[in-house]
Design a protein around this ligand. Structure first.
Ligand SMILES: Nc1ncnc2c1ncn2[C@@H]1O[C@H](COP(=O)(O)OP(=O)(O)O)[C@@H](O)[C@H]1O
Ligand SMILES: [Mg+2]
Length: 372
């Protein structure tokens, strides 16, 4: 089916049980814009994180799902009602380690994450993203992975497979109990798994660059944004060729890996570079220039979901509006079409204009509860 227009998607209801500091949370979203107000550490980000988790089955604040479960509880449950055109969909995740998480759509269990991932879509933009360029490579990889989960249905499985093999190999290496033959078997598997991940990351970033370039130049004339995936090669190659390159390299560094007892190359070591007029932005761009880049990236993520999934994603803005100067704040709000649903957090309403506040629902949060 080819759609010329986007499906309008709305999050109608969110129910949390034992999720972070919410023992019982239930909220019906009635307006297109919802503003969550609360002091620090009351649970504002936790709500956005829960929504984003339904879209990506991951969070940039966790290493393991179990961190999402309320302290001293055994399970956590996230449920949402989503409306698309005239249909209502119910999404549910049950986290109950050490068992695998249970995913349901309309009450029916889904064993493959790909059958769950594209029901609800969102772009999460938090004040900490403004530091994306300054931060560690692992933050950039996590941001990229979460953006890709939502548009390439098989990516989650490919990334999990890569991580599984890599961790097994790392485990053998660290115990110093690996011989040449075993290492070679791992390397053959790992080069294919790594190539699958690298390929999709490169593919997504090329698309992202194309869109982000336009968004970026609208804010910063005379500045050209380029994005480059930093990996074993600069060329965008088919998976088979990528995997051969990685395998060759793994043979070259075999002794090194044994000596240092670590996996030294692969998708888990890659990074993303950003350039403005061919100058490395991670090193040389001003704070303002870096923010403009991040803003362009987020708007591009949104656009790509619209183009690929043909549905309007939610925009989750975590503490970010108050952090942006007027110019960038206005640019962001004007760039978002009215049909995009937004959930915004802030410590107070001071950063918002009267006009904006007229059309929003305000929830006040204190210690994991809605107050008033
Ligand atoms: N697994 C958990 N169980 C219970 N409480 C948690 C858990 N994880 C985080 N919290 C609590 O959540 C609060 C932080 O929530 P957060 O949404 O980040 O706050 P903010 O309102 O500043 O965005 C802290 O009080 C923290 O102790
Ligand atoms: Mg927060």
């Amino acid at each position: 089916m080819f759609l010329l227009y986007n499906i309008i998607m709305k999050l109608r209801k969110l129910v949390l049980k034992n999720y972070r500091n919410y023992e019982d949370f239930e909220y019906d979203f009635s307006k297109n814009k919802t503003l969550i107000i609360g002091k620090n550490a009351q649970g504002k980000t936790n709500i956005l994180e829960a929504i984003h988790y339904l879209c990506t089955l991951d969070s940039n604040r966790i290493k393991k799902d179990s961190e999402l479960i309320m302290f001293n509880k055994e399970f956590a449950n996230i449920k949402a009602n989503v409306e698309k055109i005239d249909t209502d969909l119910e999404l549910e995740v049950l986290l109950n380690p050490p068992k695998n998480k249970i995913l349901k759509v309309n009450g029916i269990k889904k064993t493959k994450s790909r059958d769950f991932l594209r029901v609800l879509s969102s772009v999460n933009f938090s004040s900490s993203d403004l530091l994306l360029l300054r931060g560690e490579p692992q933050n950039r990889r996590k941001w990229l992975d979460m953006a890709i989960f939502q548009v390439y249905p098989l990516y989650d499985e490919k990334l999990s497979k890569f991580n599984k093999i890599r961790l097994q190999k790392a485990n053998y290496l660290s115990q110093g109990i690996i011989n040449n033959d075993m290492l070679d078997v791992f390397n053959q598997q790992l080069s294919i798994a790594s190539a699958n991940v690298v390929y999709l990351r490169m593919k997504y970033l090329m698309e992202l660059e194309r869109v982000a370039k336009m968004k970026h130049s609208a804010m910063a004339q005379n500045e050209e944004l380029k994005i480059k995936y930093q990996t074993i090669t600069d060329e965008f190659l088919p998976v088979k060729e990528l995997s051969e390159l990685i395998y060759q390299k793994l043979i070259e560094i075999k002794d090194d890996e044994m000596r240092r007892q670590q996996c030294l190359i692969g998708a888990h070591r890659d990074d993303i570079d950003f350039y403005i007029n061919d100058i490395d932005s991670k090193k040389f761009a001003s704070q303002g220039q870096q923010r403009t880049i991040v803003l362009a990236l987020k708007l591009a993520e949104l656009q790509i979901i619209k183009d690929k999934i043909k549905q309007t994603p939610l925009l989750l803005l975590d503490d970010v509006l108050a952090e942006l100067d007027n110019l960038r704040q206005n640019y962001l709000l004007n760039a978002i079409e009215d049909d995009i649903q937004m959930v915004i957090t802030s410590v107070d309403t001071l950063a918002f204009e009267e006009k904006f506040l007229k059309n929003v629902d305000i929830i006040k949060i204190s210690q994991g509860k809605i107050v008033e």
